[in-house]
Design a protein around this ligand. Structure first.
Ligand SMILES: Cc1cc2nc3c(=O)[nH]c(=O)nc-3n(C[C@H](O)[C@H](O)[C@H](O)COP(=O)(O)O)c2cc1C
Length: 175
């Protein structure tokens, strides 16, 4: 099996992280992989906000938990040291697809570098549907005209989850 296939098949969502920050080279390679994702009409309609401040990540979690009425403790980012908020240009052809593909490229690149990752979804509700989220967008400097598509957390893994079984019957052949 080639190395790309090995990476794809061994990537897992990681929910326990070491506290040391990502090496800058790893972060830059991960972001570069994101920027090489395919996008509708090559619009590259994504915008990423990389947050490596524990204080800021925790403040987003606390504000989101409060605004969304989640119980405490609310730790959607699993104390990962790096959070990448993914936004898509509202007037692009396929902003959700574009930014999602970029995130997946980042997850695979991360796995190839020994970096753990996980998609975290609650940021969509927080930034798109709550007043506090709209205020925080300004605080974080998110540009106008972009919608939140999701987020990815990154860090060196402190767990090795077992492979998850894959669903059967999801492919239908006509040939
Ligand atoms: C659109 C999407 C939203 C997700 N949201 C969350 C989330 O909010 N929190 C979380 O811990 N995992 C989240 N995940 C990760 C999935 O739970 C995970 O990919 C799935 O259980 C399969 O496990 P694997 O990634 O290890 O193969 C999300 C994944 C996707 C694709």
């Amino acid at each position: 099996m080639n190395e790309v296939m090995k990476t794809i098949l061994s990537r897992r969502s990681i929910r326990k992280y070491e506290q040391r920050q990502l090496e800058e080279q790893d972060l830059q390679e991960i972001l570069k992989a994101g920027s090489f994702a395919p996008s509708a009409m090559n619009q590259q309609s994504w915008h990423f906000t990389v947050i490596q401040s524990r204080e800021v990540i925790d403040s987003i979690a606390a504000a989101a938990g409060k605004a969304l009425g989640r119980g405490e403790p609310f730790t959607p980012f699993y104390n990962a040291p790096t959070l990448v908020l993914a936004f898509g240009q509202e007037d692009a052809i396929s902003p959700v697809s574009d930014a999602s593909l970029a995130l997946e490229n980042m997850f695979l690149a991360a796995a190839s570098l020994g970096v753990g990752s996980c998609w975290v979804n609650c940021v969509i509700d927080f930034f798109e549907r709550t007043q506090d989220g709209k205020v925080m967008r300004k605080t974080l400097g998110i540009p106008d005209g972009y919608r939140c598509v999701g987020s990815g957390i990154f860090g060196y893994p402190a767990e090795r989850p077992a492979p998850k079984p894959r669903r059967e019957g999801t492919v239908h052949y006509i040939r």
